[in-house]
Design a binder for this molecule. Structure first.
Ligand SMILES: [Zn+2]
Length: 73
């Protein structure tokens, strides 16, 4: 068993994910909101724009982009 540090809240947990189980739910909601916003945009929004319109922090958006969980980005 290996302890990991949650990429979102910083707590330690045991899982194969990058975030703890509490943050997994929040991540899913954020990803849903971001994808929803991107799909409804006429052009690809900037990260600043995405953050301002979805309320998701730039730090989390950058992590989602790295993990390839946001579409068309
Ligand atoms: Zn967490």
């Amino acid at each position: 068993m290996e302890f990991k540090k949650c990429a979102r809240c910083g707590c330690f947990f045991v899982s194969s994910n990058n975030v703890c189980c509490n943050c997994e739910t929040k991540d899913k909601q954020d990803i849903y909101n971001l994808n929803n916003y991107i799909v409804n945009s006429t052009s690809t929004p900037s990260i600043d724009n995405l953050s301002a319109n979805t309320g998701v922090s730039i730090k989390n958006i950058s992590r989602f982009i790295q993990n390839n969980v946001i579409s068309n980005f």
